[in-house]
Design a protein around this ligand. Structure first.
Ligand code: P6P
Length: 336
């Protein structure tokens, strides 16, 4: 099946990356190399996740991360795998991980390292012990000249990303990514040969979706406006029938379904926690980049996610993301 960008189902990730590069005559091939290193990390983490019950890697590591959240053993393993894969690309000089308070500055790469990578190495890891889908999320920025190593080079709007994506470790391992002009492409791992193959060309978020997704047990902590938004989606009919509620509790699983089927995922802020739970730089911004590239939208209840500039690296943000009509409806209700 030909995608809009003349890509073919079955194309390997390597072939797709090289074809993308050929469309940019001035490209030096650096982003191509970096994306193949992301795929390397994905393959390695997929293996660790699938073998976890056999290798004793399920369960908690017995410490908490910078977020004050209990670290799963696999959080630590996935973080190191991602860090090593990025560093061996020889193209990244700054790495920011959900699992590390401070950025990892790879100073010896100052000469060649033109990129910063934000990543959540294993989002939803608390679901691993019950074998629910988890995922890695990444966002890639090109350094601003002469700003490298400074916080101002890191705290940038998501619209500055040159590539973003996620890896979903589920029934299949699927890598979904977009660059600035590639459209959203989904690749499925064939573990036997260790290569990803294009299975979801030119992914487009359906205009409107039949499901809404949020943790309704948080209702007592929401503002009246948020309650009105969720009530609207719960009661509104789409195509002559009520919407269905779908909530996995693993961001990548909930986002991937929304990307494929449409609808809206919401993790709102709360009266006592206006920032909500999810992180801007390595969760909301990469997914917002994909959502918009697929024709959908993402905001925090007031502002477009890709325009937000964080004050701190691990800043939280409310997130409303999904089909354009649905996220716009939420925005309208939240700002009467
Ligand atoms: P709650 C998983 O812990 C996570 O970070 C996301 O993957 C998920 O969307 C969210 O938290 C679920 O949070 O409060 O509904 O358990």
């Amino acid at each position: 099946m030909e995608g809009r960008r003349n890509v073919k189902v079955g194309m390997s990730l390597t072939a797709w990356v090289l074809r993308q590069q050929s469309l940019h005559p001035g490209a030096r091939g650096e982003l191509s190399i970096l994306l193949t290193h992301v795929a390397l990390a994905a393959r390695m983490i997929a293996h660790k996740v699938s073998q976890a019950p056999l290798t004793g890697l399920i369960g908690q590591a017995g410490n908490v991360n910078v977020q004050g959240e209990e670290q799963a053993k696999l959080d630590i393993v996935a973080d190191q795998v991602f860090l090593d894969a990025m560093m061996t690309s020889d193209l990244v000089s700054t790495l920011v991980s959900e699992e590390r308070e401070e950025p990892a500055y790879v100073s010896e790469h100052w000469g060649r390292g033109h990129y910063t990578v934000f990543y959540d190495p294993l989002d939803g890891s608390s679901n691993i012990d019950v074998n629910v889908t988890v995922g890695s999320i990444f966002g890639i920025y090109r350094h601003r000249p002469n700003d490298r190593g400074r916080l101002t080079d890191l705290l940038r709007p998501g619209a500055d990303q040159v590539a973003a994506g996620y890896v979903m470790y589920g029934a299949s391992t699927i890598l979904v990514l977009a660059t600035e002009d590639s459209g959203v492409q989904g690749f499925t791992l064939l573990p036997e040969v260790g290569e990803f193959f294009l299975t979801h060309p030119d992914m487009q978020m359906p205009e409107v979706g039949r499901s809404y997704s949020c943790n309704e047990s948080r209702q007592p902590f929401w503002s009246d406006e948020v309650r009105r938004v969720v009530a609207r989606f719960r009661e509104e009919e789409v195509g002559g029938s009520k919407r269905t509620a779908r909530y996995v509790g693993s961001l990548i699983a909930d986002f991937h379904r929304t990307l494929l089927k449409g609808g809206i995922f919401m993790y709102p802020g709360e009266v006592e926690k206006p920032g909500g739970k999810l992180r801007l730089m390595y969760e909301a911004a990469p997914l917002g980049f994909l959502a918009e590239a697929a024709g959908g939208g993402a905001h925090d209840g007031r502002q477009r996610i890709l325009e937000k500039v964080a004050d701190t690296l691990h800043e939280r943000t409310p997130l409303f993301i999904g089909s354009k009509v649905d996220v716009e409806e939420a925005l309208r209700i939240l700002n009467p």
